[in-house]
Design a protein around this ligand. Structure first.
Ligand code: SF4
Length: 79
């Protein structure tokens, strides 16, 4: 499974409620507001939307979150 698919599957299992009337799973993941989540920066969203430039602290936080995600995926493969 690719990293992209793993993140999508995790987010879908986390947030998707087909009965909520809040759109499909992709729309619900895009609408996630849990900025403290390590996957927040990597969740599915409209990549064509212009982004604000990120600060050095935000970039460093993304790198750290990516490292944590890789470690999490490697640990899940070993189990
Ligand atoms: S970013 Fe985190 S809180 Fe939001 S849907 Fe994905 S796993 Fe859930």
């Amino acid at each position: 499974m690719s990293l992209r698919k793993a993140v999508d599957a995790y987010c879908k299992s986390c947030i998707h409620d087909p009965l909520a009337g809040l759109g499909n799973w992709k729309q619900q993941v895009e609408g996630c507001t849990v900025k403290k989540c390590e996957l927040f920066e990597y969740r599915l969203f409209d990549r064509t939307r212009p982004k604000k430039p990120r600060t050095e602290a935000q970039v460093a936080a993304s790198v750290k979150a990516g490292q944590n995600l890789r470690r999490l995926l490697e640990n899940s493969r070993q189990n």
